[in-house]
Design a protein around this ligand. Structure first.
Ligand SMILES: CC(C)(COP(=O)(O)OP(=O)(O)OC[C@H]1O[C@@H](n2cnc3c(N)ncnc32)[C@H](O)[C@@H]1OP(=O)(O)O)[C@@H](O)C(=O)NCCC(=O)NCCS
Length: 374
């Protein structure tokens, strides 16, 4: 066996998957064989969620059933609503996301049942309830009345309704839907690998998704979309952008929203999300964020040849939609639950305990000296 260490599992293929394929060489990403851009143009998020979970695009009847099931499962237990009201107002919403999924695991009657049938039911509950729980926290921490989900609204419309009490123009809802489609799945990234690793010990789906959320929170992964907004806020205005980014690079800072482990010459999701960022900026009559965006991107490519990843355009887009910055990564969660779940199900179906080796470099065998002699 080779002792060569691949830190960060760089370049290591650990398993097979049928869920998605990232193709950096042709700058493409497919879910179950369909290009993500094509799905953004022709489908709504629920269709893509169905595709990721079931392997095929739904027909009208299948979609209707899926939507009905999702809408039926939106309701939270009274206990969970009471718990959310008691959460510290300053808690990070990603910690809230992690905690509510964990509480759902306490409440779910099928938690112990890891059969495929029970897992699909649990996935639907987590998928339907997590956005409702997050929106409840969005309001309760501001001292606002929690808004109940509405069955007649789509997944995205309902999220706006529960956070803001109103639904924006359909172009804004579409941009949100597109961001959810682009965030839904991305092969063996760190949170998905975490979910699969937890599953590999035959633990349960709530545990796997809880762990995945903790992993997504980090700024090197999903947390980057929040960091992008903090950066844009520090830059303040387009006139500062050129100097700010050059200074950051001179100091050898890591610039959030740029770079990717797999894509080295551009993230295939960025052009679509950039287009929708532009549409939202136009509706909101904003020029500032787009200008800052373009200047920082240009310098990053010219000086470092490092391209933006999808978190770069989603950050300012969610801001323009009115979301608090610390809710950007939780939005990523409500979408990625689909990808994680598909991988968890795939892992159960062909499981092998994930257990890599480490090269030990600590002290060699030592004798224990009794406490009174140390
Ligand atoms: C995503 C990320 C962790 C990928 O990292 P990786 O594959 O391990 O690549 P490395 O971190 O080793 O980067 C390779 C080189 O590019 C530089 N680099 C990569 N991303 C950079 C960034 N965002 N800003 C500045 N420099 C960057 C590194 O400093 C390194 O330079 P060096 O060789 O001179 O040391 C990294 O690009 C990053 O930290 N990006 C910012 C966080 C982010 O946006 N995450 C969301 C990802 S979707």
């Amino acid at each position: 066996m080779s002792d060569e260490i691949k830190k960060g599992l760089l370049g290591i293929v650990v398993d097979e998957t049928e869920v998605s394929k990232v193709m950096p060489e042709i700058n493409s990403l497919t879910y179950r064989g369909y290009a993500a851009q094509d799905l953004c143009a022709k489908c709504k998020f629920e269709e893509v969620a169905y595709l990721i979970l079931n392997g095929e695009l739904p027909n009208k009847k299948q979609l209707k059933n899926f939507e009905n099931q999702e809408r039926k499962e939106r309701k939270l237990s009274k206990t969970l609503i009471e718990d959310i009201k008691k959460f510290p107002k300053k808690a990070h919403p990603m910690d809230v996301a992690r905690t509510v999924v964990s509480i759902m695991g306490l409440e779910d009657k099928d938690t112990k049942d890891n059969s495929h049938k029970a897992n699909m039911l649990k996935v639907m509950r987590i998928f339907a309830k997590t956005p409702v729980a997050l929106a409840a926290f969005y309001r309760s921490r501001k001292g606002k009345k929690i808004i109940s989900p509405k069955k007649k609204l789509s997944f995205s419309e309902n999220f706006f309704h529960m956070c803001f009490g109103k639904i924006p123009q359909k172009e804004i809802v579409k941009a949100f839907d597109v961001s959810l489609i682009l965030y839904a799945e991305h092969s063996f990234n760190v949170s998905t690998f975490t979910a699969r690793t937890i599953t590999s010990s035959l633990s349960d789906i709530h545990g796997a998704i809880t762990g995945a959320i903790a992993s997504l929170k980090g700024p090197l992964h999903g947390g980057a979309n929040e960091e992008v907004m903090h950066m844009i806020n520090k830059i303040k205005k387009p006139e500062n952008a050129f100097k700010w980014i050059n200074n950051a690079l001179d100091k050898k800072d890591v610039v959030m929203g740029f770079g990717h482990r797999v894509y080295k010459s551009g993230d295939s999701r960025v052009p679509t999300m950039r287009e929708y960022f532009g549409k939202v900026a136009k509706i909101k009559k904003d020029k500032k964020f787009e200008k800052i965006y373009d200047i920082v991107e240009k310098v990053m490519i010219e000086r470092k040849n490092i391209h933006p990843n999808v978190d770069y355009p989603t950050g300012p887009t969610y801001h323009l939609m009115g979301f608090d910055t610390d809710f950007f990564t939780p939005i990523f969660v409500i979408s990625r639950i689909t990808g994680w779940s598909a991988h968890i199900i795939e892992q159960y179906a062909a499981n092998k305990l994930i257990r890599p080796l480490a090269s030990y470099k600590g002290n060699q065998h030592r004798k224990v000296i009794q406490l009174n002699q140390r």
